[in-house]
Design a protein around this ligand. Structure first.
Ligand code: ADP
Length: 267
């Protein structure tokens, strides 16, 4: 069972609506189960930073006379609360994406521009690791969608490429148009992802190496968010990777002409 988009254009008003339809009952039942699972996972994931924060607060109280220790604990307290904030933000984003009311207010989006901004916003972390972001290709056509969501998706992919890459490497970002699809690819020279992990990395809270992911500031929700954004836009995401040879994530989104062809015009 799959979700599908139906474009409906109300001709006299010139307004477009997209309806997201769950196409059968099984899908609805499955969605409910997945949601319960999500709640259980969320509670579990929140416990770690919340627990750390209360321990650190106690430690600060106990170390009141030791200025150096207080500074150290305070720095960790800030880090844990930033982690908690990121986690809460990703959880909200993901639960919004799992609802049926996403991409209601879509528009024609120029991915050249969105991608350029996504790269720009990742400049600082890249510079910190002396990673070069090399951008190639432009596209003529637009995609239909939600700019903020597409931005989030592209930023997450570039952010991961930077976080999982060693210093002094290159992250390649490419844009091209092919067979009525716009293709965005993000390639890194990082550790790569083993074949048996390649599907799992898109699952919520799945991390290949939880300790390292925590260290690099990940929430375990990034790729899951990307996957949902892409699906909500009628696209797909794929991963090519070989351990030791880096990874390439490729997003394919239908160009706007395709969407218009499938429109049902009500007059
Ligand atoms: P996280 O917040 O942990 O980065 P993601 O959902 O973005 O969560 O990714 C899930 C897991 O997939 C990560 O913990 C990491 O193990 C792996 N991963 C994601 N992107 C890459 C990449 N570019 N190279 C290697 N591993 C990656």
């Amino acid at each position: 069972a799959t979700n599908m988009f139906v474009h409906v254009r109300v001709a006299p008003l010139g307004e477009e609506y997209i309806l997201l339809l769950a196409d059968d009952r099984t899908e609805i039942t499955r969605t409910a189960a997945v949601r319960n699972d999500f709640v259980a996972n969320v509670s579990h994931e929140l416990k770690t930073p919340v627990g750390a924060i209360s321990l650190l607060a106690e430690a600060i109280e106990g170390a009141a006379d030791d200025a150096v220790a207080v500074r150290r604990f305070t720095a960790r307290l800030h880090k844990e609360s930033a982690r908690l904030a990121a986690l809460v933000q990703d959880i909200i984003e993901l639960s919004r994406l799992q609802g049926a009311d996403v991409v209601l207010a879509g528009a024609g989006i120029d991915l050249n521009e969105v991608l350029a901004e996504a790269v720009d916003r990742n400049k600082l972390p890249a510079e910190e690791k002396r990673i070069t972001i090399s951008v190639g290709g432009t596209v003529e056509q637009q995609v239909f969608g939600d700019r903020d969501l597409l931005m989030t998706a592209l930023r997450n992919l570039i952010d991961n490429a930077i976080r999982y890459s060693p210093e002094d490497t290159t992250v390649g970002v490419g844009l091209r148009q092919r067979d009525g699809l716009i293709q965005v690819s993000v390639t890194d020279q990082g550790p790569g992802i083993a074949p048996e992990e390649q599907e799992r990395v898109f699952e919520r809270f799945y991390r290949i190496d939880a300790a390292r992911s925590r260290h690099t500031g990940g929430t375990g929700l990034g790729l899951s968010i990307v996957k949902h954004v892409v699906a909500n836009h009628g696209g797909e995401i794929s991963l090519w990777s070989r351990p030791g040879h880096g990874s390439t994530f490729t997003v394919r989104l239908p160009v706007i002409e395709d969407a218009v062809e499938n429109d049902q015009t009500i007059s």
